[in-house]
Design a protein around this ligand. Sequence first.
Ligand code: ATP
Ligand code: MG
Length: 454
Amino acid sequence: MHKNLMEHLGKLGRAVLDLSSEGILLTDLEGNIIYTNKSYAEICMRDGQERVGQNILQTNPYGAITEVLLTGKSVIGKKHASFGSNVEVLSNAFPIFIENQMVGAIVFFREIGEALKILDELAKAREDVRILSSKLEQIERTKDDFNAIIGRNRQLIEVINLARRVSKTDSTVLLRGESGTGKQLFAEAIHNSSKRRNFPFIHLNCAAIPDNLLESEFFGYEKGSFMGAGQRKTGTFELADQGTIFLDEIGDMDLKLQAKLLQVLQSGEFRRLGGVKLIKIDARIIAATNRDLEGLINEGHFRKDLYFRLNVVSIEIPPLRERIDDIPILVRNMLPRISRRVGRIVTGIEDEALAKLEQYHWFGNIRELENILEKAITLCNGEKIKAEDIYLSLLPSPESKAIMPLEELEQLMITRALQKFGTSLAGKKETARVLGVSLTTLYNKLRKMGKLQK
Ligand SMILES: Nc1ncnc2c1ncn2[C@@H]1O[C@H](COP(=O)(O)OP(=O)(O)OP(=O)(O)O)[C@@H](O)[C@H]1O
Ligand SMILES: [Mg+2]
């Protein structure tokens, strides 16, 4: 059998196998080694010829080829140390059949080090793809500029003009305004009108990411820099290179990270977590908040120095109730878009319905207007929205003697208190105090009412 197999292999076969960069070892059915190729010697750092004639069942009782000889089945991806050396290898071994008869076995193997290198390169390539696709997505998502901001109210126009001028500079911008006033819309418009428009716009909601993850979200980390850091991660500051970072809900960032952010903004450079290389920041910062930053500073929840750093240009977006004159134009602009989304043909709105909208106290601003219109379009029977189709979440009319479900009454009281005390943190605290509930309970109720951002 031994001789036979050698003949079968022949000079050509051996010459071909010698070209392989994988180590190869061939045995007959009894496990006698009849051939090793050149790479075998290189990988195992030993003379391959001395192996010929030895029996693999004895020398490698746990090797891949032994398994094949014992089971008659292929063994794929087996990790083990090569015989007589500590070189770890990854093996694929197969039975060899000639004319339907198993005559021996062959193993192909490579050093694990090399396999790992390939895995590493693969991981790096994946990371590159992730960066590229994130950049693409961001570029795709942000095409419109200030035209997307609807309104003719004088105050709003002034704000738009300021934003337009600022978009041509590289200044840090602080956008302020209640929930649903269009802070994100402005941030995108500023980016899209700036020279950075063809680079990423990265939106980071500081309130939505747990404090302990935010830092790595910002700066990224090196592989193995902490438990679970399996692969390198690129942070926002790097991803946003030459683009804009939109730090949303900046008032909710915890103090430790505020300090770090400030230091990074001041030095203009940062390191990945666990990294040594200093990386320069080239990103425009736009921050936004609906919270009362000055109040937070007084209470020690927001750093004054960070505030000054961010508050280079402050843009205050007026709430909808201060620009009721914009309601008709907003409704006209929103109707086609929402109708399409809902799948109904609604082309207009009756005067009475419009009047009802104009009387409402817009606590949730434009987002709330969108929601109410969506509901109206869904409920509407004809092509025009009627007053009865409009369900204002709450009718805060003080004269109302109506009897209502207790839950609605509760919401009414919350809304009234907030109107009175304002929606800043201080206002919410006062609201909670007056209503006799904890701040947490108030937040829970507001969340339920859809008055807080998800
Ligand atoms: N002037 C406007 N014209 C048209 N649509 C607007 C306008 N302002 C806001 N919107 C729309 O209202 C919704 C809320 O806007 P946006 O998300 O920008 O508000 P926000 O200030 O970021 O709110 P929050 O503080 O709750 O995050 C969005 O769907 C936005 O497109
Ligand atoms: Mg927002």
